[in-house]
Design a protein around this ligand. Structure first.
Ligand code: URA
Length: 325
């Protein structure tokens, strides 16, 4: 058997509120833009190049989506196992420029795709692809409204720059902080300042991958001078966090510090409660310190490292139980 590796993307556009996926036709076969790695390319670079070469579309890649599909087939009597890494990309354009490799193209709804696509391995992932698109479009709507709060609220005292959460909408772990700091405000990304760098080190030490978690904060605007967000500000932001959490449905929510644990569970005493897990409506909430506190006190860093080791064990144990079932 020969092993091959390639990368590609599911490309979608929205028409009348509905998602349509692009399929490239070769005779009666329906394919997605994909192809082999060129020397030195990472999977996402291959996918971007293939989309450009095979469609001519201008697309933007959706963060956090990656699906690996294995395909078996014969070529000249030789059995091939092809592993394809699929990304997800969106576009506003309808007309594409097909390459010499294809004979046509179609934009298909979920139902049409399920009917027309022959390959089982691709069919099997389509519900997940369309579900991700649906949730991604929804979170864009939520975040658009959230980002518009400063214009709507007369007494707005937070930064006017919205710092959206970051990560996969299918992440099992959500890391929830207090509010962005000055660096996050500048870069419009959560946990990229000193607290974020320490959090990265703690995650690495506990073998939790940052890019497999969804990272955000209770308040997603910087409170100037790094002050605590007020109760009114937290209340104003709370419905948005609730909607984001409902959409992502993480298995574990790591509450970093008192603001997060108070807001989500009504538990404020993190010094006493750190390292504990509270299960509510099928989600496991894990309480620990905010990395800013660990930056100030070595003793807290030690406790935080040990909390994250516990968390990592809990996740491994749960994964073992799920596999055994
Ligand atoms: N602290 C937080 O709580 N959130 C951030 O995004 C950065 C620092």
């Amino acid at each position: 058997m020969k092993f091959e590796f390639s990368a590609g993307a599911f490309v979608y556009r929205i028409e009348n509120g509905h998602a349509l996926l692009l399929f490239l036709k070769r005779g009666n076969d329906y394919d997605t833009p994909k192809g082999h790695f060129e020397k030195g390319e990472r999977a996402e670079e291959t996918a971007r190049r293939e989309v450009r070469e095979e469609t001519g579309l201008s697309v933007s890649f959706v963060p956090g989506f990656l699906k690996t599909v294995k395909m078996f087939f014969y070529r000249n009597k030789e059995k091939i196992m092809k592993t394809v890494k699929f990304f997800l990309a969106e576009t506003d354009e309808k007309r594409i420029k097909i390459s010499h490799e294809h004979t046509g193209y179609e934009w298909l709804s979920m139902d049409q795709a399920m009917e027309k696509i022959k390959y089982k391995n691709i069919k099997d992932v389509l519900p997940e692809v369309f579900d991700y698109i649906h949730r991604y479009e929804k979170i864009k709507e939520i975040n658009k409204e959230y980002a518009g709060l400063p214009k709507k609220e007369k007494w707005w005292n937070l930064s006017r720059t919205f710092v959206p959460g970051e990560g996969s909408l299918s992440a099992e772990i959500m890391l929830l902080g207090q509010a962005p700091g000055a660096n996050e405000d500048m870069q419009r990304r959560p946990f990229v300042g000193r607290s974020g760098q320490l959090l990265d080190r703690i995650l690495k030490a506990s073998r939790i991958k940052r890019n497999e978690a969804y990272i955000t904060s209770v308040v997603q605007f910087f409170p100037p001078k790094n002050r605590m967000p007020t109760r009114d500000e937290i209340n104003l932001c709370a419905p948005f966090l609730k909607m984001q959490m409902e959409l992502i449905k993480p298995k574990y929510v790591v509450l970093l510090g008192n603001v997060a644990s108070t807001e989500v569970l009504g538990i404020g005493n993190i010094t006493k409660m750190h390292g504990k897990t509270v299960e509510k409506n099928g989600t496991k909430y894990f309480l620990t310190f905010h990395p800013a506190a660990a930056l100030r006190f070595k003793s807290i860093l030690k406790l935080m490292l040990s909390d994250f080791r516990e968390l990592s064990l809990l996740i491994t144990k749960d994964a073992g139980n799920t596999t055994a079932q």
